[in-house]
Design a protein around this ligand. Sequence first.
Ligand code: PLP
Length: 285
Amino acid sequence: MTRIAYVNGKYLPHDQAAVHIDDRGYQFGDGIYEVVTVINGKLADQEWHLDRMEYSLGQLGIAMPMTRAALKIVINTIIRMNKITHGLVYFQITRGVMPRDHAFNLLLKPQLVMTAKPLKRLESPEINPVKVITVPDQRWQRRDIKTIQLLPNCLAKTKAAEAGAYEALMVDGDGMITEGSSSNAWIVTHDGELITRPTSYDILSGITRRAIIALAEKRNLKIVERAFTVDEAKKAAEVFVTSATSIVTPVCMVDDQKIGNGDAGPVATALRQSYFSNINETAAE
Ligand SMILES: Cc1ncc(COP(=O)(O)O)c(C=O)c1O
């Protein structure tokens, strides 16, 4: 089957899809993106992802390339054309195309690219716990904007891969964990409290984070939104990360420290299962 991508109004074979070399996304990382997962043919948390997309665009002064309703049609078309039942839709909106100059023209036409691909790991809630490492957080001060400018995140994730780990948790100047290179970070204390950093300019306000808070509240779990240290994570009963493609992924090792007995923790496992069950009840087709 030919993989199909969407580029500014056209559906094209993936290997023929291309953008202009003067696209400000290519030149400066001047754009934003979203990743929405498809689980069992359903789009997970689509409206929340579109809300955050509009927020990111607004913060950077980039216009919507089309109405939200039209965007949803493109999303559904790309899923259908690529026959995705379990996978992801990626879309990015860049400011536009102009001769290279740091200062941008305010009237550029935003560029939209969309792709989709299947993901085996979204086929079932079963998962093995993963290792994470800790690295300094080297990013800019507006991490709440889901910009395509991801170099520090890429460097962190590559360090993790080199260490045989799934994710790198980034640590701020005060020794507190901000988040993962492409996920939000959580711990469960020995008293059963669920702790995750509050949203601010310091982290991306994860859509899965938001969904998991809602599911945890339904289960009457105690949630405390506060920053936590690397040491707290290493001594926690459980550690896990959340993101659209990781859902809830339990962590068995932080640097060289084993977490609990090294198995997936009960809280992370229950929340992951709830997320999958909930998709079947609530998500958009
Ligand atoms: C830096 C960062 N934090 C958190 C997340 C999790 O966000 P979401 O749950 O919306 O995928 C991501 C996802 O890509 C991310 O890149």
